[in-house]
Design a protein around this ligand. Structure first.
Ligand code: ATP
Length: 434
């Protein structure tokens, strides 16, 4: 084992890191805390660790002070928990002087070793290291890690590329300090259209249909199998598959477990309502979808009203579309949701007693609230009246003086009775989200 570990460490130090597109997410890297990087499969968690390694090296930290172990490396199979301590032992035997410096350890797919948690806790206590972990298994996802690492972990979520990251990936400058001219605006609008249909998974950027859809469907299949069926021991697979298809095919719509339960029943598919609720939670845990409650102060109102469901990425929704029609409005709303979700905002949808609806009410961690309506276009006077009226009602009830309408490509400032509604093209709105 020691010779093998030496080899693995030497390989890592020798091999250059891959050329990558910079993610805008930052790792907190707090002393005495383990950074855990979580998110759906294939979103780029491992490559995000590579970015951290690059950053270390740019700060002048020699690569030998970094250690990356991928526990998916078949040479390490099957590693037992009592062998884990050999990793720091081998590393410090190779680099004894590094004991005096801070070293940076990156462990990928560590959940492959049963009982790894006490090892990383001890490691953090005994050595002068900064530790980051990631893994695709849902076992590494937030709730469990928080409990098994007993408050020692701080989690960072990785989502598919944001619009800004996609532009960076394509080598397109997106600095809005200088107002973009007509050509640049047209380019952004064009890329936005692409982004809506393809989504942000790094690997499918530039991949044409139908391969793109095929790859994304395979991502979902792996999540279903590994993070839902195997992890939770689901045996009633038919309704689970129906549920996933239904949710991904109808993003940005209200989802009622009761109604869906009745639909299944009418097709002769038996499943309990509680089981459906559980499945929904599993899909959220695996970062495939997310749900949004109604904006209400009363817990009861939040509970009895159906939640809206969004795919974690618009590309996934497109890959599961039943018909050829592209509902750009829904995709746009889903895309705005993903951008808000990435910012860890508290998100709800607004519906007044009279039925006026606003897509998003958000609250940031420092209490800043926003109202956002998503509408492909306000050029139709009926739509315009409806959307703006809903915003005015929501602004009154939520006691806010500003609101935003995200459209495909329209810009306008509407001032009414001391209130301001800003209409903004989606590409611009996305590029101003941090
Ligand atoms: N920042 C990036 N720049 C360029 N390509 C990227 C980037 N991040 C990810 N990719 C591409 O996406 C692929 C998947 O990324 P990665 O292996 O990091 O995902 P993951 O979230 O760790 O996946 P899994 O959960 O399945 O282990 C990479 O092999 C690479 O091709």
């Amino acid at each position: 084992m020691d010779a093998l570990l030496e080899q693995i460490i030497a390989d890592f130090h020798e091999r250059p890191l891959p050329q990558l597109t910079r993610r805008t997410v930052e790792l907190p890297a707090l002393t005495n805390k383990i950074d855990t990087v979580i998110g759906m499969r294939r979103t780029g968690k491992t490559w995000f660790l590579y970015q951290q390694m690059q950053d270390c090296m740019e700060r002048g930290i020699p690569k030998e002070c970094l250690l990356y172990i991928n526990f998916d490396d078949e040479r390490l199979y099957p590693m037992q928990r009592d062998e884990l301590r050999r990793i720091p032992e081998t590393y410090y035997r190779l680099y004894p002087l590094h004991k005096q410096n801070t070293c940076y350890f990156f462990f990928d797919e560590i959940q492959n070793v049963d009982g790894w948690e006490p090892f990383v806790r001890r490691l953090l206590d005994s050595e002068n290291i900064q530790l980051a972990l990631t893994g695709s298994s849902a076992r590494l996802l937030s709730r469990e890690i928080a409990s098994t690492l007993r408050g020692r972990a701080i989690t960072t979520e990785i989502f598919p590329f944001s619009f800004a990251e996609v532009l960076t990936h394509q080598g397109i400058d997106h600095d809005l300090f200088r107002p973009p001219g007509a050509e640049k605006r047209a380019l952004y609008a064009n890329r936005l259209h692409q982004y809506l249909l393809q989504g942000g998974f790094p690997e499918i950027q530039g991949v044409e249909a139908p391969y793109r859809q095929q790859i994304l469907q395979e991502y979902v299949d792996v999540v279903i199998l590994r993070d839902v069926i195997e992890r939770h021991g689901v045996t009633n697979i038919v309704p689970l598959r129906y549920l996933i298809r239904h949710l991904l095919n109808a993003p940005a719509t209200l989802f009622s477990v009761n109604r869906f339960h009745n639909d299944l029943k009418s097709q002769g598919i038996a499943i309990g309502k509680n089981t459906l609720h559980e499945y929904l939670e599993y899909l959220i845990d695996a970062y495939l979808i997310d749900t949004v409650p109604i904006f209400a102060r009363s817990v009861r109102r939040r509970q009895v009203n159906p939640r809206k469901v969004y795919a974690i990425d618009t590309g996934l929704a497109q890959a599961f579309r039943h018909d050829a029609h592209v509902d750009r409005g829904r995709l746009l709303e889903n895309m705005v949701f993903t951008a808000l979700r990435r910012q860890r905002l508290e998100i709800s949808y607004f519906r007044s007693e009279e039925g006026y609806e606003v897509d998003f009410h958000t609250t940031s961690r420092d209490g800043i609230r926003q109202l956002i309506q998503v509408s492909e276009t306000l050029s139709n006077s009926q739509t315009r009246q409806r959307e703006l009226r809903a915003l005015v009602v929501a602004m009154e009830q939520c006691q806010l003086n500003t609101a935003t309408v995200v459209t495909v490509d329209e810009a306008e400032r509407i001032e009414q009775h001391g209130r301001l509604i800003e209409v903004i093209p989606a590409w611009r709105w996305l590029l101003t989200q941090t």
